[in-house]
Write a protein that binds this ligand. Structure first.
Ligand SMILES: Cc1ncc(C[n+]2csc(CCOP(=O)(O)OP(=O)(O)O)c2C)c(N)n1
Ligand code: SF4
Ligand SMILES: [Mg+2]
Length: 334
């Protein structure tokens, strides 16, 4: 038997001839480069990949990717992606959206795509600000954030995409940062091959309107103290001497010092495969400075996807038999 092997693609094969129009220093550049590398490593033909975007600076991603793509309207990236996946289950469908779009006009579509477990992948650029429209407060703005629309500091409760989506039953949840190339590659790969809705939240620096918002989580000199790398099956330990851990005895997490005679057995062991999303939800809500912020994969579980259900033949006579009975072709029973 002979087979045709796919050509090996490089990140350059996923680039286009379009001039990249983000502000100098924007974190979107590293997300683009890392995403192109990730796509190249997947072994998928370019014509089987579609990238659908919404509004905002993040929405420009499809112009710079040599795949199929569509720059849609506010809140409409997910409905379009859901329809595309239903019609073309053979495609790998990525959605590139900012947090302003996803948590603002797109929030209803997000929750319904997630609860239906549509097999689409969401690259969620979270810069905690409305970048394209020049720095207004986003639904993800942390309490107290001063922006041009919240000059006295935001008083509204901030929406965090992962806890919100986990509460709706999200089957794959991951978080990374624009500058963390290795982790971004890894979580994009895992999200692509996950069956069901996957969200990869990327902390992305908006150099112009929210510069340094995530320095606490990306600065190599402090991130061992301020972040926690999730590893399936491993205890949740962090700190430059790995001297602190996460304990979960009630509804919220406690941070404990291992040197205070707290046995390692008391430390929570990360399990991304738990059927109940509560533990991953608690971890996804942990926010600096009260807690270290978690990065990596929070949850990866299997349940039926919408497109699988759509393509299962209904009970009773099969479609072929129904077509035969209703059609004009002559047929013979032997
Ligand atoms: C219905 C509607 N509301 C508001 C706008 C204006 N608008 C365009 S982009 C944008 C901000 C997008 O923010 P985000 O999704 O966080 O993307 P970013 O620019 O930060 O990457 C807004 C409010 C619009 N075009 N349509
Ligand atoms: S406004 Fe912010 S997010 Fe948009 S391109 Fe400029 S730096 Fe990037
Ligand atoms: Mg934004």
């Amino acid at each position: 038997m002979t087979g045709t092997s796919l050509p090996v693609l490089s990140a350059k094969d996923f680039a286009t001839d379009q001039t990249v129009r983000w502000c100098p220093g924007c974190g979107d550049y590293s997300v683009l480069t890392n995403f192109q590398h990730a796509l190249a490593g997947l072994g998928l033909p370019r014509e089987r990949v579609a990238v659908i975007s919404g509004f905002g600076c993040a929405g420009r991603l499809p112009y710079y990717l040599n795949t199929y793509g569509f720059h849609t309207l506010p809140g409409r990236a997910l409905p379009l992606a859901v329809g595309l996946k239903a019609a073309r289950p053979d495609l790998t469908v990525w959605v590139a959206v900012g947090e302003g779009d996803t948590l603002g006009p797109g929030v209803g579509a997000l929750l319904h795509a997630v609860r239906r477990n549509v097999d689409i992948k969401i690259l969620l650029f979270n810069n905690e600000v409305l970048g394209l429209t020049r720095g207004q407060a986003s639904p993800a703005a942390r309490v107290g954030t001063r922006t041009r629309t919240t000059p006295h500091g935001s008083t509204e409760s901030d929406l965090k995409p992962l806890p919100l989506a986990l509460a709706a039953g999200l089957t794959f949840a991951a978080r990374t940062a624009d500058v963390d190339a290795e982790r971004l590659l890894n979580v994009v790969r895992r999200a692509t091959f996950h069956r069901g809705t996957a969200i990869v939240e990327v902390y992305q620096n908006c150099h112009v309107y929210n510069d340094g918002a995530f320095d606490y989580a990306t600065d190599p000199s402090i991130k061992a103290e301020t972040t926690l790398e999730l590893e399936h099956g491993k205890p949740l330990i962090f700190g430059s001497d790995r001297e602190r851990g996460v304990r979960l005895t009630g509804p919220t997490a406690d941070i404990v010092e291992l040197r205070d005679d707290v046995p390692l057995d008391d430390i929570l062991v990360h399990d991304e495969s738990l059927p109940d999303p509560t533990q991953s939800w608690v971890l996804s809500r942990m926010t600096f400075p009260e807690y270290p912020e978690c990065f990596g994969v929070f949850r990866a579980v299997e349940r039926p996807t919408l497109d699988e259900i759509l393509h299962v033949p209904p009970p009773g006579p099969t479609r072929a038999l129904q077509d035969l009975l209703a059609g004009d072709d002559p047929w013979t029973v032997v």
